[in-house]
Design a protein around this ligand. Structure first.
Ligand SMILES: Nc1nc2c(ncn2[C@@H]2O[C@H](COP(=O)(O)OP(=O)(O)OP(=O)(O)O)[C@@H](O)[C@H]2O)c(=O)[nH]1
Ligand SMILES: [Mg+2]
Length: 358
């Protein structure tokens, strides 16, 4: 399962967000470096499409997809050279597939540190860049020497040189135009800024009205290189403790709709390149996770290897067409169910039945 790492300055609210997303109870406190070791758990993916299918089929069970979230120790200016908890955050970040940068905007004199989301973004990016720069610099000479003996390494050296240039200018790789092919060649270095990024701005309840401006300042700063979501983490965490009806009442009363946690989970899921397809029936409605671009037999294999091995074809309908029709039979009668072969690439939100023979 791909993993999303929460990265931020101490007291940004990383653990609060982690608990809210995963239903966990990791320690949250107003002093810096409360979290010292990475902790991970799965955040279930809220999905109204799945809920609608479960209602349609009167399913006895609903199984959601999930995102693995990792709460990482806080990072401070100088972390890349050993300040704060030293390099402990580095190992945590190397092991994840995408970064969620958590930036503090909320004001609270009782919580050490400053609410300065744009400044925090700069500090975080600089430390990540410095760590990557050290990695590339330490490897480049060795790889150059090796490339003299083995010409096949020339591409890798060229990719490292491009990365060096970008990083030396203080730019994270996710903001650069280093192409996919070169990125591939850098894979062995486990660089920190070579991962996709999502930004969560942790807003105080009193900042919800002005959230648009705060989010926009960060989106401008990030210039299209990552999605920015404003979340009042503490408020959402409290809401997450409530029963479903009370939660909806609280969040909708504040104009927050279904709440921002669902948006964070979904954005992370997409950032990690994951998509879902559904199966539905009276026994269960279920969301299955697949990699964007996977073929129908590969997706069938997510359910069971026999379904991939003996794949004949898939009956497919997009979830909303199915819900509109009211049942599989009705959708079939209306000619809405498509028959797809082994080259079909599933779309996010497809509902499938696999025909197979083993
Ligand atoms: N007022 C307010 N306080 C918050 C909010 N989010 C988190 N806090 C408080 O900020 C403090 C730090 O929260 P944590 O979730 O522990 O922060 P962290 O980023 O995990 O911190 P470290 O583990 O020390 O790096 C706690 O006292 C939280 O209760 C918020 O939205 N509003
Ligand atoms: Mg923490």
């Amino acid at each position: 399962m791909e993993r999303l790492g929460l990265v931020g300055l101490p007291n940004a609210g990383k653990t609060s967000l982690f608990n809210a997303l995963t239903g966990g109870s990791a320690l949250v406190a107003a002093h810096p470096f409360t979290t010292t070791e990475s902790v991970q758990a799965v955040a279930p993916l809220p999905d109204r499409r799945l809920d609608a299918l479960a209602v349609m089929s009167a399913s006895r069970k609903v199984v959601r997809a999930g995102v693995e979230v990792v709460d990482i120790a806080g990072l401070v200016a100088g972390s890349s050279t050993g300040e704060g908890l030293g390099n402990r955050f580095l190992a945590g970040i190397r092991e994840v597939d995408a970064l969620c940068l958590v930036l503090r905007a909320f004001e609270d004199p009782a919580v050490a540190g400053d609410p300065d989301p744009v400044g925090s973004l700069g500090t975080l990016e600089l430390e990540l860049v410095l760590a990557d720069l050290a990695t590339v610099e330490s490897q480049l000479d060795k790889r150059r020497k090796a490339a003299r003996a083995d010409k096949r390494l020339a591409g890798e050296v060229a990719a490292m040189e491009s990365a060096l240039q970008v990083l030396s200018a203080g730019t994270p790789l996710y903001r650069s135009d280093v192409g996919a092919e070169q990125r591939e060649l850098l894979g062995g270095l486990f660089l920190l800024t070579d991962k996709p990024v999502l930004v969560v701005v942790n807003l105080g309840e009193d900042q919800l009205d002005g959230a648009g401006a705060i989010v926009k300042a960060l989106a401008d700063e990030l210039d299209g290189h990552g999605e920015v979501l404003g979340v009042s983490v503490q408020l959402e965490a409290e809401a997450a403790q409530l029963g479903p009806d009370e939660r909806v009442e609280l969040l909708e009363g504040l104009g927050l709709g279904e709440g921002a946690l669902a948006r964070v989970a979904r954005a992370s899921y997409h950032l990690l390149g994951r998509r879902v397809f559904f199966t539905t029936g009276d026994k269960e409605s279920r969301a299955w996770s697949f990699r964007a671009g996977a073929s129908a037999p590969e997706c069938a294999g997510v359910i069971h290897s026999d379904l991939q091995r003996g794949f004949i074809r898939a009956e497919v309908v997009h979830w909303d067409e199915l819900v509109d029709a009211g049942s599989w039979q009705a959708a079939k009668a209306a000619g809405r169910i498509r028959l797809e072969g082994k080259d079909y690439q599933l779309a996010d939100g497809d509902v499938v039945e696999i025909r197979f023979n083993v």
